[in-house]
Design a protein around this ligand. Structure first.
Ligand code: C5P
Length: 299
């Protein structure tokens, strides 16, 4: 299975709910950066993380049953009362760890679908989405892909028509940023007492064929100031991206990955080249929207 990274082209955040989660209104976009997950039936649960790209540091990914891919597999087995089943899971990671691009969520989504197919469980889409929501706020979107709104704590996903061809330079960071710490900083700084809803004009603009850059006025991330307060150098990255020719720069999710919006593929590659000259060599060019978790090979 292959599952995409996500970015948030809009992220509005409200005041924390009684359960501690923040109500969100977000527009997710799946982009062409993927984790590949391979499952094999086994006597015991295991997970192996393989990293063969320079921008990912897999050293903090757990290799025990706290790994979200194993949690996903166990949740699926329990749902079907098949608690004696287990699998060996291999995750080949290209999505940064703790980068604000939902890499763990992609792995969980891919594992759910992979084991559903391997064990011929025929789990319905609604059941897969419910299991996904139980694993994390971003997991349902990794199943759905494309461009979609996320409400609730992000787990209520609705596809939206996006006729855009978006090109981004993804600027990776050496250290991850913990999602709860960014939300905590957000509560202290801002409190969420503002209108954070998605403007209908944004969804309307996405329906008309466009090149991303034409509708950049709608791009927004409520968590930027909070992440920048924890890691001020991230604001510098966003500024340098603009100096290097990006039409707009935006943080991905709760950070620290920064996205530079480009006017097409060639422009994106030129921006990446200029960023490298300024010392930001850990970048990649992606496009969106792309498909959610999907099967790439059976054997
Ligand atoms: O749902 P997920 O496991 O991705 O959330 C990780 C953490 O991020 C939560 O424990 C919470 O601290 C924070 N979070 C939040 N509001 C959301 C989503 C995540 O406060 N809507």
């Amino acid at each position: 299975m292959r599952a995409p990274a996500k970015i948030n082209v809009y992220l509005g955040v409200g005041k924390p709910r009684p359960d501690g989660f923040h109500p969100l209104e977000t527009v997710y976009q799946a982009v062409s950066l993927y984790d590949d997950v391979t499952v094999t039936s086994a006597d015991e649960w295991s997970v192996t993380t393989v990293v063969d790209v320079p921008h990912v540091d897999g050293s903090s990914v757990p290799d025990d049953e706290t790994n979200i891919a194993i949690r996903a597999g166990k949740a699926l087995a329990a749902h079907h009362r098949l608690d004696d089943r287990a699998a060996a899971i291999e995750v080949r990671k290209s999505i940064p760890v703790a980068g604000g691009m939902a890499g763990g969520s992609a792995d969980a989504a891919a594992t759910l679908v992979a084991l559903d197919r391997l064990w011929n469980l025929d789990t319905s889409d609604d059941e897969l989405l419910a299991l996904a929501a139980g694993l994390g706020s971003d997991v349902p979107f990794a199943l759905v892909g494309g461009t979609a709104t996320g409400t609730g704590r992000g787990e209520v996903v609705t596809r939206v028509e996006d006729n855009g061809a978006w090109w981004w330079v993804v600027v990776f960071d050496d250290e991850g940023l913990s999602t709860p710490s960014v939300y905590g900083a957000y509560d202290l700084l801002e409190g969420g007492g503002h209108d954070y809803r998605i403007r209908p004009q944004m969804l309307e603009a996405m329906r008309t064929p466009h090149r991303g850059v034409e509708i950049m006025v709608h791009l927004y991330n409520d968590l930027e100031d909070a992440a920048f307060s924890l890691r001020p150098e991230l604001q510098t990255v966003a500024e340098v991206a603009l100096e290097c020719g990006a039409v707009y720069s935006l943080m991905s999710g709760s950070g620290p990955t920064i996205l530079a919006l480009a006017d097409g593929a060639d422009d994106a590659r030129a921006i990446a080249g200029r960023l490298a000259e300024r010392g930001y060599e850990r970048t990649t060019v992606v496009h969106g929207p792309v498909a959610g978790a999907h099967v790439v090979a059976y054997s």
